[in-house]
Design a protein around this ligand. Structure first.
Ligand SMILES: *Cc1c(COP(=O)(O)O)cnc(C)c1O
Length: 353
């Protein structure tokens, strides 16, 4: 017998990947770290180990900071890359533009975000170049940073060549590059290229690497591939209330996730569930995918009556991108069985609508 609780979990789970729980590897690492006393504020062996593992993964001597969430990671990273009179170029749909309540502007003391369009959630580089070059006078906030989201907000993935082209363009005009990698692991397994090839080798200066949506309770890593850009970053974290005193519990889950590649296994599982869901939804008459499924989300054009019927049946999902679009998000915790159940529910909702 299914408990009300379990049913609730099932109906909820495609709303977002942060509806999922903590994966066993992260949970276990927290428990292992929970013995006795350890130095605070990052002076502990867990933090040291997590940094070592990230340096191994990225094959470079990068500078790493652990913060509580993605909004802080993005905002503080961007603030460290520019002055208040600069501007940051990002996509119209970028999380920093649409979902961070002005935190990037706040923490950088007024740096302006300039957003540009682009198909399938990816920056249109011609538009980026026009935005960089359209003004050079003192009355305009000087473009200084290009921000890309990988995987994008609509679940597409920039190829390594696309990342490199964006970084080359930025470099041509003296801009630095920040990558919002809330779902970076999903991009890594989708592309099959190494984390290094997808970031610093392509020209990315700073990566905000997501932990929560990948299976941790909380926490993101800010990874500076150029150490000079990380100068005094620890003060920014502290001032912003992002320096954990019991840092070992923010760092330990990273050790658990990285030691046995759980971060990649989790992402691979989530991506597979999304492809399975895409396949099942595509087979439904009248249903159309809005963007190619390359990571762990599926966006479909769902007629409003069908969306309402699906909601009435108890399912929870977001419809905030474009009109008539529904987003279904898979996580490390999604099961194939639940993918089938959702697809069957969508089929019924479409038939009834
Ligand atoms: C979820 C998400 C973040 C981080 O959001 P927080 O709620 O602040 O942790 C950042 N960027 C993208 C693209 C996201 O989807």
């Amino acid at each position: 017998m299914e408990t009300a609780d379990n049913a609730e979990k099932r109906y909820n789970q495609f709303a977002s990947d942060n509806y999922a729980g903590i994966c066993p590897e992260a949970w276990q690492a927290m428990a292992t770290a929970n013995h006795g006393f350890a130095p605070s504020y990052g002076d502990d062996c867990w933090t040291k180990r997590a940094c070592e593992l990230l340096r191994e993964q990225f094959e470079t001597d990068c500078q790493i900071f652990f913060v509580f969430n993605g909004t802080a990671a993005n905002s503080l990273a961007l603030a460290s890359l520019c002055h208040s009179f600069h501007s940051v170029i990002c996509h119209d749909l970028a999380h920093i533009e649409t979902d961070e309540c002005g935190a990037p502007e706040f923490f950088s003391n007024g740096t302006k975000l300039l957003h540009v369009g682009g198909r399938a959630g990816k920056l249109d580089l011609d538009e980026v170049e026009r935005t960089i070059t359209r003004r050079s006078d003192i009355h305009y906030p000087k473009p200084r940073v290009l921000s890309l989201t990988q995987a994008t907000e609509v679940g597409t993935v920039y190829t390594v060549e696309e990342v490199r082209a964006a970084c080359d363009l930025a470099a041509r005009y003296g801009l630095r590059v920040q990558m919002d990698g809330a779902r970076f692991a999903n991009a890594v397994v989708s592309l099959g290229a190494t984390p290094a090839e997808q970031t610093w080798k392509a020209g990315v200066d700073v990566l905000c690497l997501g932990g929560a949506k990948n299976g941790m309770a909380v926490g993101e890593a800010v990874i500076f591939f150029r150490r000079d850009l990380a100068d005094e970053f620890e003060y920014r974290c502290k001032q912003a209330g992002q320096l954990a005193s019991k840092m070992r519990f923010l760092a330990a889950p990273w050790v658990g996730m990285l030691e046995n590649d759980a971060w990649l296994d989790n992402a691979r599982h989530a991506n597979r569930c999304a492809s399975l869901l895409a396949q099942e939804l595509s087979a439904i008459d009248g249903l159309e995918l809005m963007v190619p499924v390359q990571a762990n989300s599926v966006f479909v054009r769902l007629p409003e009556p069908a969306a309402a019927a699906l909601r009435d049946a108890g399912w929870r999902f977001y419809t905030f991108i474009g009109s008539g679009g529904a987003r279904f998000m898979c996580s490390w915790q999604t099961t194939a069985e639940d993918v089938h159940l959702l697809a069957a529910a969508v089929r019924r909702a479409m038939a009834a609508a």
